[in-house]
Write a new protein. Structure first.
Length: 126
């Protein structure tokens, strides 16, 4: 009796997979293509903008660098003077913490530049 149930389950699985393959067009079989359904499109979308988190006088930045290209990190003061400059190349995850606890009172702008754009975040030290 158990072997009959197992055989019936195998036949059902093969039948379901055959029906699923029969519903695709012959030209699309085995090819990766564009998502046909909205749910599939939403699952693949990835936000590549950096994330800035402020905690007190610190700013943490995290960026997913899928291109593994060069990422420029710069900090400017309110008079557009360069306070910090760093270039990171080849890392897929770029993380940086900026500590403004001992900085002079001013308004600072953190600039992140990668292949996809330029992103800015401001930090005011009082």
């Amino acid at each position: 009796m158990k072997s009959t149930v197992k055989n019936l389950a195998v036949v059902a699985a093969v039948l379901v997979s055959t029906i699923g393959l029969a519903n695709t067009e012959a030209a699309d079989f085995g090819k990766k293509g564009a998502a046909k359904y909205e749910v599939e499109k939403n699952l693949v979308k990835v936000n590549l903008d950096p994330v800035f988190i402020k905690k007190g006088q610190k700013v943490m930045m995290n960026l997913l660098n899928v291109s593994k290209g060069k990422v420029l990190l710069k900090v400017y003061d309110s008079q557009n003077r360069l306070v910090f400059n760093e270039s990171i190349d080849g890392d897929i995850v770029v993380e940086k913490a900026f500590n403004f606890e001992k900085a002079y009172e001013d308004k600072y702008t953190i600039v992140v530049v990668d292949k996809f754009g330029t992103y800015k975040e401001t930090m005011e030290v009082r």
